[in-house]
Design a protein around this ligand. Structure first.
Ligand SMILES: *Cc1c(COP(=O)(O)O)cnc(C)c1O
Length: 384
């Protein structure tokens, strides 16, 4: 096993990994098996049934824990399955405080699934710390943070949220999908649980759907693992292998995503027909100081609005792009463009969407790791 103290750029490759015990395979074998032989009833090598454990998944979980600076990680069938498991820690009557600028699928499972089980969700602008405090009461059990937020790239102060959580004996969970642990490690900032859609930057190649939780507390990981094993929301071994392979290049990809993100954000800001660019790396970004304090760089997620700010114009621009592919999702090596109002955020009612700034004219970019000059030329022709 690699030494624990390795720097991040080595932990992506070596964190929690060791050659396979059987033949010394450097990459963990993909253990396509549902069950494991027992010498006598109950006498086995730590594996009984693959809903509970699988060696390929174990290898991925060790890597996830290492890169998030956690003691433990659990891998799930999807990011949503990971969120589902966290909310199942709660009881009817419990309350959750979350951001008002939230991944559409998270908003949907909160309001359309778990609200029916008697759990109350408050969606507040979490950049305003007093607004969060105002909603805390004796029933509050969880703060659910996403930062940078999707799609408006607001930055929420994780340390400030952890102080509120600790003072009120409430759990703090952070969806770290947009940043990835290369840019931000919430457990180091006081979060109790980090959640990932590994479908995005961790996998990094748009070829797998998988989710993850990372955390430090032993009693909490046991409860989460119990819920997961009871519900069965586990990834298959091939998916675990693909994400583990993706993580090995996370640091190299994220460095380029961040460089290209800056180049594209600066280009868009200089374009006369672009009204607004949302990217936390700008000094003019309202939460730039918090971003600088809690992130190591600013990544490749950018949203922008053309000066027409209309549905027709946004549709025309995203349809004219040739290198950026019009598609849901983000975080792959290839650049993607999306139209949140009709795609990722269509499940949020229009009045609520528009109030937070997710207008019909908003376009979201996941800037990939191609040559930034090609990406800028593509945007130039689509805007022209
Ligand atoms: C994609 C995404 C999710 C959901 O993850 P899946 O792997 O698609 O289930 C949750 N949060 C954020 C921020 C996401 O981008």
């Amino acid at each position: 096993m690699a030494p624990k103290k390795l720097k991040f750029n080595s932990r992506t490759i070596h964190g929690g990994q060791h050659p396979d015990k059987a033949y010394g395979a450097v990459m963990p074998p993909v253990y396509f098996t549902s069950t494991y032989a027992q010498a006598k009833p109950g006498e086995h090598l730590g594996y009984e049934y693959s809903r509970s454990h699988n060696p390929t998944r174990t290898a991925l979980q060790a890597s996830l824990a290492s890169i998030e600076s956690g003691n433990y990680a659990l891998a799930f069938a999807s990011g949503m399955a990971a969120i589902d498991t966290v909310i199942k820690l709660l009881q009817p009557g419990d309350e959750v405080i979350s951001t008002n600028d939230l991944y559409g699928g998270t908003y949907r499972i909160f309001t359309k699934v778990f609200a029916a089980y008697g759990i109350t969700f408050h969606f507040v602008p979490m950049g305003d710390i007093d607004e969060v405090k105002k909603h805390v009461n004796a029933n509050t059990k969880l703060l659910w943070v996403e930062t940078p937020t999707n799609p408006l790239m607001q930055i929420i102060d994780i340390k400030a949220m952890s102080l509120i959580a600790k003072a009120n004996n409430v759990l703090l969970a952070v969806d770290n999908t947009f940043a990835s642990p290369y840019l931000q490690r919430p457990l180091e900032l006081g979060a109790d649980i980090v959640m990932h859609s590994a479908t995005k930057y961790l996998g990094g190649h748009s070829d797998v759907v998988l989710g993850a939780l990372a955390l430090n507390d032993t009693a909490l990981v046991e409860r989460l693992a119990f819920i997961q094993n009871s519900s069965g929301s586990v990834p298959g071994p091939m998916d675990a292998f693909l994400v583990l392979r993706g993580i090995k290049t996370l640091h190299v990809r994220m460095q380029r995503h961040s460089e290209n993100g800056r180049a594209v954000a600066e280009y868009l800001t200089s374009h006369p027909d672009v009204e607004k660019v949302y990217w936390p790396g700008f000094e003019t970004h309202p939460n730039h100081e918090v971003a600088k304090a809690q992130m190591d760089d600013f990544g490749g997620m950018i949203s922008f609005v053309h000066k027409d700010n209309s549905l027709d114009k946004a549709v025309a621009i995203v349809s004219a792009l040739k290198i950026f592919t019009l598609a849901e999702s983000l975080g792959g090596v290839e650049s993607l463009a999306g139209h949140p109002a009709s795609m990722t955020h269509a499940s949020i009612p229009k009045e609520i969407r528009e109030k937070t700034g997710v207008t019909d004219g908003l376009i979201r970019l996941s800037v990939g790791i191609e040559d930034s000059e090609d990406l800028i030329s593509d945007l130039a022709q689509a805007l022209g």
